[in-house]
Design a protein around this ligand. Sequence first.
Ligand SMILES: CC(C)(COP(=O)(O)OP(=O)(O)OC[C@H]1O[C@@H](n2cnc3c(N)ncnc32)[C@H](O)[C@@H]1OP(=O)(O)O)[C@@H](O)C(=O)NCCC(=O)NCCS
Length: 202
Amino acid sequence: MANDICILGAGGHAKVVIEIAEQTGYKIAEIFDQNEDVTEVLQYQVNHDLENLSQCKNVFLALGSNQSRKMNAESFSTIKSNLIHPSAIISKNIIIGFANVMMAGSIINSSTKIGNHCIINTGATIDHDCVIEDFVHISPSVALAGNVKVQEGAQVGIGACVKQNINIGKWAIVGAGAVVVNDVPDFTVVIGNPARVVKTLA
Ligand SMILES: CC(C)(COP(=O)(O)OP(=O)(O)OC[C@H]1O[C@@H](n2cnc3c(N)ncnc32)[C@H](O)[C@@H]1OP(=O)(O)O)[C@@H](O)C(=O)NCCC(=O)NCCS
């Protein structure tokens, strides 16, 4: 059926995704996870055979790790729409791709662009003219000012604030509660106020 959805992932992030799918009119057809230790999530049994995923028309990746979503996107993701919690406030003037989730209370303001496979988590606000590339995670209660660019695979940690006109590089991690007032280089971890690089990844 057109409104059937299969979910890949059965962890904590998946619980929130499942509830948003249910609240927005999808029927959960099946939940999949490779981890055989996870046998159920919420009221659903978990199927461990990912080969059966090919029988599902709409597959949504409910994987909290940005790397995991990227690794599995090509093989498994088929959904061409987004999961948007009814309480999210989204400008009519944004450009948005597919396979994104916008959680409760998130706000996306005018002229922002969002790619594919992103998580805009609970209560996060993204102001005007931002660019959010593919596989990004904007964690709960993050505040992005206007004209912020978050490049592919980056995670902005819970409660972080980012000043206007800042660029957050590819696969960078902004630590929880950081105050970002300077650009963040690719593949780095920044923490603190003002946020400074504490680690280089890869
Ligand atoms: C920044 C971060 C990636 C570092 O993770 P890590 O490399 O595993 O670092 P550790 O937890 O080993 O901590 C290393 C040190 O940094 C400190 N630290 C860790 N995160 C910090 C943060 N956000 N701000 C300030 N200090 C931090 C730790 O207290 C520790 O200090 P110490 O060496 O003096 O004891 C992680 O702590 C973080 O903030 N992740 C974001 C989590 C998030 O947003 N989750 C939401 C999911 S929905």
